[in-house]
Design a protein. Sequence first.
Length: 142
Amino acid sequence: MPDIRHSIEIAATPESLFRLVSVASGLSQWWAEDTREGERGAVELGFFNRATTYRLHPEGMVPGRSAVWRCDSGKEWAGTRIVFALEQANSGTLLRFEHAAWRQITDYFVSCNTTWGGLLFRLKAAAEGKNPGPLFSASGLA
C-alpha cells in the first residue's frame, strides 16, 4: 500500500507541537478552519462548505512523541492513517509525517502529497509563533 511521507525540522518543543497535531483546536490553527470535536477525541474536518468531510479517530496519542489518526471517511482516505512522529532535535523537533495505507497511487494521492507539503510548512509556522492560519477556510483555500 502506498504511503505519503515528509519530514521537517521545527523550532518548537515536541510538547507544543503535539498540541497542534492531536486535538481539533490545534488542527484548526494550520489545517482546516471548519474543525469540529467529536466523541472520544475524534475530529471532523470540513472542506469546501462541507462538500468534503474527513472524520479522524485517535489511534495512538503519546504526548510529546506521536499522534496517530485513523480516517474513516472519504473515498480514498477511508482506512488510511495519519501519523505525526515527534523527535527532539537540536533546533527543536524533527517531525516525521506519514499518511499511510492508501489503496493505490491515483491523481488524488499525488495531489494530497503536494498539499501535505504545504500543510506542514503551515504547521511549522504556527508552531514557531507566526500564526499563518489554516490552509483551508470553510469555503476553500485560504
